[in-house]
Design a protein around this ligand. Structure first.
Ligand code: FES
Length: 98
């Protein structure tokens, strides 16, 4: 599912997108795109509105951190948000979320 053009998301930036009907948090980590669920496991905060700190995104609501490359919580490795495959083709970013 195409979500945006690669040039719309600069390195170090993140954005909420919809892949079909699935809310996805999309990240540009030094030129590589990563996608995880947009819904934080704490209280459902929008991870795509968070702040990137290296490979970690800090949830904008209460700062829980998740690794955007794996979805795993920085605090509790037992917790993991869903991760989605991403590909870039012809300058377009596609997220596989079904
Ligand atoms: S909702 Fe994400 S840290 Fe609380």
């Amino acid at each position: 599912m195409r979500v945006l053009a690669a040039q719309e998301l600069a390195p170090g930036a993140c954005r909420e997108v919809l892949a079909g009907t699935t809310p996805v948090a999309l990240f540009n980590l030094s030129g590589t795109f990563h996608a995880i669920s947009n819904v934080c496991l704490h209280r459902g905060g929008p991870l795509g509105q968070g702040v990137l700190d290296g490979p970690l995104v800090l949830c904008p609501w209460h700062a829980w951190a998740f690794d955007v490359t794996t979805g795993v919580s920085d605090v509790n490795p037992q917790l993991r948000v869903r991760r989605f495959d991403v590909k870039v083709e012809d300058g377009q970013v596609y997220v596989k979320a079904e």
